[in-house]
Design a protein around this ligand. Structure first.
Ligand code: ADP
Length: 258
């Protein structure tokens, strides 16, 4: 891929490394995500999927390498400390991304509506009335219009996650990042969240999803990235991944589908 192609990517990562103490958790990762593409990160526990996802919106500060999101690029090198320019660019990149976490991370003292409206008021600077109208529209899209005034403690896990997704969508991100969005849920609640993710993908959103749901990955992914020991071992179509003869991938699939 040429430099100009990279610039057109929603996300482009080059030579990304992340070291925690003396452990190299990510080793020279290259990854491109085209606008509208759905990339699913899979691999054994501890292979670095979450760290890679969190490096895209700089919740983890890379030890080395380059991260480009929506045309903004930040480069990192060992021993180089955070500068004011980095802080500003980090903020810009965060505004272009929205993350949905495994544990929902809703504000417990706020209603579903207030959770979704909060960023619209504090980040997007909408007045309260417009923010609430937009938040209600998003909750309705999630099938949760009737739960607008409910507090998180009274919602099921699937409903909480759908509020969290509505909150992320409210930021109108260029890229959505999902970190195991269904793994805290019972199987029947997973389905409702997966169905929402399917709708968002069908709407053309650029998405990077860490998941252990292989059937879902096969259905939704444009590209599957298999990670092992902090490296990308395979990056390809769902057919390339599920048809792979790589013994490590076969071993992973056998274990996860068992
Ligand atoms: P995965 O998402 O594939 O399970 P992670 O990205 O969560 O993998 O973790 C990769 C490795 O990095 C693991 O060995 C984990 O223990 C380590 N790790 C993750 N976060 C930290 C941290 N904040 N401090 C130290 N080690 C970490």
């Amino acid at each position: 891929m040429s430099a100009s192609d990279q610039a057109e990517c929603a996300v482009s990562i080059r030579g990304l490394q992340k070291r925690f103490g003396t452990v190299d958790v990510l080793q020279t990762i290259d990854l491109d995500v085209a606008p509208g593409e759905v990339v699913v990160l899979v691999g054994p526990s501890g292979s670095g999927k979450t760290t890679l996802l969190r490096s895209i919106n700089l919740l983890e500060r890379p030890s080395a390498g380059r991260v480009t999101v929506g045309g903004d690029t930040l480069s990192f090198a060992p021993g180089v400390h955070t500068t004011r320019a980095e802080t500003l660019l980090t903020r810009r990149i965060r505004l272009k991304t929205a993350m949905v976490f495994q544990a929902f991370n809703l504000f417990p003292h706020m209603t579903a509506l207030a959770n979704v409206a909060e960023g619209l008021i504090s980040v997007k600077r909408l007045d309260r009335e417009s923010a609430h109208a937009e938040a209600l529209g998003l909750l309705e899209r999630m099938g949760l219009g009737s739960k607008a005034n409910a507090y998180p403690a009274t919602l099921s896990g699937g409903q909480k996650q759908r509020v969290a997704i509505a909150r992320a969508l409210a930021m109108r991100p260029q890229v959505m990042l999902f970190d195991e969005p269904t793994s805290a849920l019972d199987p029947e609640l997973r389905r409702e969240v997966l169905s929402v993710l399917r709708d968002i993908a069908a709407g053309g959103m650029t998405m990077v999803v860490v998941t252990h749901e292989m059937a879902f990955a096969r259905e939704i992914a444009d590209k599957i990235v298999f990670m092992e020991n902090g490296r990308i071992r395979l990056s390809g179509s769902p057919d390339a991944f599920f048809g792979s003869k790589d013994p490590r991938i076969l071993q992973f699939l056998t274990a996860i589908l068992a």
